[in-house]
Ligand binder design. Structure first.
Ligand SMILES: Nc1ncnc2c1ncn2[C@@H]1O[C@H](COP(=O)(O)OP(=O)(O)O)[C@@H](O)[C@H]1O
Ligand SMILES: [Mg+2]
Length: 371
């Protein structure tokens, strides 16, 4: 039994199915993210766990108790939102102490517990200040302190860092994770930002248009996506589709773009199967001359993008199919011109393979191939 169990929940608003038969779990103390594009049902799912929205169907259990029909105040859940929702005319201490006041905790004890939680989120000495005097990052720590001060069973966070600028956001990732680990609190975190989800989470649940696509560790999701949606949404990759053929006895993928790929050994392929390969931009090699590597093919450079930490090559195959290659720490970028021919290659074990929709179930993926 997991600590939080979301089982087959569906939420319909009139004709709109915002959440469609979603199931996932969080273990005690685990940090789980719900990741997906805008409108995929993340907030609605979180609000159902909080009790702010009733599921049309399905069950939510916390520590074995069915809480599906319980109102929010009977759930012991702390929440943090994108907009901090602090009371501007109350002090920081009064804001954080509010959930304790609601629970009838006497004032002296309240002050002590507020001081303690402020220490733990590394914001001492702001207790008597106005939240409006604090920076965005500090206000978000206050909101986090308020969500944690009454020692809830579960912490829910809905895009809490998206109002912060990039540098602060990346620093706060580290800080939110540190605080979560220190409190040991079971956390469900909503974001559309893959890097954010990957940096903080033990496991990630990817949502696509109201449905759960995949739940797993960041490593599993990146290396072994089990659907085209996940392979395309997580990371930068180019998709080539084709049919399995056996010209020399060994199954290979003959893509519609004219490139033939030797497949990872873990993929069970039969002649005629329709498959797609996802080429992770950073797992491709690019060179001026053919090297004789496996899965090597020519491409024409359309544009290069020098980004400092990496360089992107936007390439075209003979039939016009676009392909992105990314090289880290690449400094020879000026010698590559649009129109140049380059040779792109990819070891078979670096291919992510998925079955095309409408054919069989998903196949094995690159991460499992023999080393
Ligand atoms: N109260 C509501 N009434 C009608 N439709 C809603 C309501 N809340 C959310 N939706 C719809 O449900 C879908 C999922 O929304 P939401 O859970 O907010 O997605 P996300 O947080 O992933 O961006 C969207 O199509 C949204 O328009
Ligand atoms: Mg949302």
């Amino acid at each position: 039994m997991s600590y939080v169990e979301v089982e087959n929940i569906t939420k319909r608003f009139g004709d709109v199915t915002a959440v469609d038969d979603v199931s996932f779990t969080a273990e005690k103390g685990e940090f789980v993210s719900l990741l997906g594009p805008s409108g995929c049902g993340k907030t609605t799912t979180l609000r159902m766990i909080a009790g702010l929205e009733m599921p049309t169907e399905g069950t939510i259990r916390i520590d074995g108790d069915d809480v599906t029909d319980r109102p929010p105040y009977e759930r012991e859940i702390g929440m943090v939102f994108q907009h901090y929702a602090l009371f501007p005319h109350k002090t920081v201490g009064e804001n954080i102490g509010f959930p304790l006041k609601m629970r009838g905790v006497p004032e002296a004890e309240r002050r002590e517990r507020v001081a303690d939680v402020l220490e733990r989120v590394r914001l001492p000495e702001v207790m008597d200040r106005s939240p409006e005097d604090l920076s965005g990052g500090q206000q978000q720590r206050v909101a986090l302190a308020r969500a944690l001060v009454f020692e809830p069973d579960v912490l829910l966070m809905d895009e809490p860092l998206s109002a912060l600028d990039r540098v602060l956001r990346e620093q706060m990732r580290v800080e939110v994770e540190r605080i979560q680990r220190e409190f040991g609190i079971t956390t469900i975190y909503v974001t559309h930002d893959q890097a954010e989800a990957f940096a903080m989470s033990d496991r990630v649940a990817v949502l696509d248009d109201g449905r759960l696509s995949q739940q797993g560790r960041p490593l599993d999701i990146y290396e072994s996506p089990d659907s085209e949606f996940v392979a395309n949404f997580i990371g930068q990759s180019s998709q080539l589709s084709g049919a399995v053929g056996t010209p020399d006895g060994t199954p290979v993928l003959e893509t519609d773009a004219g490139v033939t790929f030797e497949l990872p050994q873990s993929v069970a392929a039969t002649t005629g199967d329709r498959l797609s390969v996802f080429l992770r931009a950073e797992k491709l090699d690019v060179s001026r001359e053919p090297t004789g590597a496996a899965n090597e093919f020519p491409a024409e450079i359309a544009t290069t993008n020098y980004l400092g930490e990496k360089t992107q090559f936007f390439c075209r195959l003979e039939d016009g199919t676009e392909l992105i290659v990314a090289k880290h720490g690449f400094t020879d970028v000026e010698s590559f011109e649009p129109g140049d021919t380059v040779y792109v290659s990819v070891p078979p074990e670096n291919l992510v393979v998925a079955r095309d929709p409408g054919t069989d179930q998903q196949s094995g993926t690159a991460g499992e191939s023999t080393a």
